[in-house]
Ligand binder design. Structure first.
Ligand code: GTP
Length: 364
């Protein structure tokens, strides 16, 4: 790791997606603003980008755009200068980068960092940028290795690191290296993306550049990496940050077994662990067990309830004897006593589950 600060690097942050896989959490709040280890998810990315020398970030917004400027303003609190570029209709990842680039101040030869707004990564951004500049690449893609690449597009490279193809999902991937959602573009390359239309970097821009013989480089490493796009991954991300498996300058407190936000009340007879977050003013009663979970502000977990690897929304209530494992409970929902919800179940905001109504479910 070099972690050398870079002089005045500009970045574009892609945050315009609807986060459909994280519904119902994303019905009211965009994915990048969901509370994660006690702060909005993006706070971790902003703090990390800042630590590598990024000073100015253009947010490419669309879905619930106004919520981003309300949350982060001009960025001064983060030591950053933030701009917001909003697409009236979403332009896809490539169209969003092109649109946001209008707010960049750098010249055509400068490197521009582009970050997906739903990735937690421990990789050395400065080294990725330095590699891009040294090799005079058009684009340098962060690549990460996953156990099961069949769920992702895969990105093979030659022995010099040059990307040879950008392949769609397939049951028999040729490599387990995948696109990790952090790119360095030479500014002039962004200007070649068609303006004002829907473009996907994954399906159009990168394959097109490779076909045209441009130097598209892979920057592969084995550091911590997680795409928080699914409920299970979102909970894991929060857990890993609280436990210190990924160090974040934005974590509000030292890493530990759990994080209790101001006003949280946890009974001395409750068991809270596994990197859980207990939201502000939330209550965890005696004999309750909360592990690896995110409890929203003002929610209540009654005595004897068990909450494992789950999200309990703002103001929601989990009654005595209820068991939740790998579950999303929407804001204000009530899980009555004795219910048992497992494996990806989701309770929509405001839904009230009567006593012992469910023994394992999917969507309610
Ligand atoms: P799902 O709907 O659950 O797939 O999530 P998503 O909407 O976030 O889509 P995906 O994970 O594929 O997006 C990757 C990144 O690009 C995320 O940070 C999105 O916010 C962002 N993104 C996707 N499409 C657009 C778009 O049309 N405009 C902008 N500005 N950002 C986008």
């Amino acid at each position: 790791m070099t972690e050398t600060p870079l002089p005045d690097l500009e970045a574009i942050l892609l945050v315009g997606g609807q986060g459909t896989r994280l519904r119902p959490l994303t019905l009211g709040t965009p994915k990048p603003l969901l509370p994660t280890a006690g702060v909005p998810f993006l706070a971790h990315q902003l703090a990390r980008a800042r630590s590598f020398g990024v000073r100015r970030i253009v947010f490419a917004t669309s879905y619930r755009a106004e919520m981003f400027s309300e949350a982060f303003g001009d960025g001064a609190a983060f030591g950053l200068s933030l701009e917001y570029m909003t697409e009236e209709t979403p332009l896809g990842t490539g169209g969003a980068i092109r649109n946001a680039a209008q707010a960049l101040t750098c010249g055509p030869d400068a490197p521009v960092l582009v970050l997906n707004g739903d990735i937690l990564s421990g990789h050395d951004i400065a080294d990725q940028v330095a590699t891009h500049v040294a090799r005079k690449a058009a684009v340098t893609l962060h690549l990460t290795e996953v156990d099961d690449p069949s769920r992702f597009g895969c990105v093979p490279t030659d022995e010099t690191g040059r990307v040879t193809a950008f392949l769609e999902k397939t049951p028999n991937p040729v490599t387990n290296r995948i696109n990790a959602g952090c790119y360095v573009f030479t500014r002039s390359v962004i200007d070649t993306i068609p303006a004002g239309q829907v473009v996907s970097v994954e399906r159009e821009t990168f394959p097109g550049l490779i076909e045209d013989g441009a130097l598209v480089l892979g920057y592969a490493d084995a550091s911590y990496w997680l795409d928080v796009g699914t409920p299970a991954a979102f909970v894991k991300g929060s857990r890993d940050l609280v436990l210190g498996r990924l160090v974040s300058p934005a974590l509000p407190g030292p890493p530990g077994d759990f994080l209790a936000l101001p006003g949280a009340m946890i009974s001395a007879e409750a068991k809270v662990a596994g990197g859980s977050v207990i939201g502000a003013r939330a209550i965890v009663e005696s004999g309750a067990q909360v592990s690896g979970s995110v409890l929203g502000d003002d929610c209540v977990v009654d005595s004897g309830a068990v909450v494992v690897d789950s999200v309990v929304g703002i103001g929601a209530r989990v009654h005595s004897g209820a068991v939740l494992r790998d579950v999303i409970v929407g804001d204000g929902a009530v899980v009555g006593p004795g219910n048992e919800l497992l494996a990806g179940s989701r309770v929509w905001p405001g839904v009230v589950l009567p006593e012992s109504a469910i023994r394992f479910s999917s969507d309610i």
